[in-house]
Design a protein around this ligand. Structure first.
Ligand SMILES: [Zn+2]
Length: 225
């Protein structure tokens, strides 16, 4: 029984490590997130560039308008002072528009610079993550193969140990294991290893023989070496 318990303990820890390796193999380790961030930075850059192209066209229009109005004003064709004053106002509006466009262009260029350096940084991070994962995968696959073999071997060992017990003892083992997690407890220095209670020497004698003896305190089956 003690042998079965030891095999099962090793089998359980092997299975759980194998499971965590499977999880690491399927998880992308931040790559998906880094890629999404990179995509979003690129999309933002694209919209800033689109806006800048629109502003360039607007700036050309504004410049043309200022030139045209200035030419009219100083062309010598206008003599009415009210008409001149109204033209001057129009020119001043067009110039204001020009400088507003320039201001927005400067702001957007700065944004674009920030976005571009962010993109370079993220792209570098992503490449690093991908390289790391590229190195990790073969390692994990090798570990998985090794562990699968170990788990298979332990499963066979477990079957053999369970078969040796016979149905009655196996049923008892299974029941106690389900209740306590561990069915068997080693007697060490006359004490139950699990609950640290002194075992009467008559019980230790029984356990040493082939009689199934339970710890009077925790109920686990006592095993003596
Ligand atoms: Zn006990």
């Amino acid at each position: 029984m003690y042998e079965l318990q030891m095999v099962e303990t090793r089998l359980e820890s092997g299975t759980s490590v194998l499971h965590s390796i499977e999880q690491r193999l399927t998880s992308t380790g931040g790559i998906t997130q880094a890629q999404a961030e990179l995509d979003s930075l690129r999309a933002k850059q694209e919209s800033v560039r689109t806006r800048l192209r629109k502003l360039e066209a607007d700036a050309e229009d504004a410049t043309a308008k200022v030139s045209k109005l200035t030419a009219t004003l100083y062309g010598g064709g206008i003599h009415d002072s009210r008409e001149m004053a109204s033209l001057e106002i129009e020119i001043s509006h067009a110039k204001n528009r020009q400088s507003a466009i320039e201001d927005e262009e400067i702001t957007l260029m700065e944004q674009l610079e920030t976005l571009e350096s962010g993109e370079a940084e993220r792209a570098r991070m992503l490449a690093e993550l991908q390289a790391k994962r590229g190195d990790l995968i073969p390692e994990l696959l090798a570990q998985r193969t090794q562990l699968s073999e170990m788990v298979d071997a332990l499963t066979k060992e477990r079957e053999t140990a369970a078969g040796r017990l016979g149905p009655a003892r196996l049923a008892m083992y299974t029941r106690l294991k389900a209740r306590y997690g561990h069915a068997v407890s080693l007697v060490e220095g006359g004490m139950c290893h699990w609950c640290r209670v002194q075992i009467p020497s008559s019980d230790v004698q029984h356990a040493r023989g082939d009689t199934l003896t339970n710890c009077p305190n925790c109920g686990r089956i006592l095993f003596t070496e």
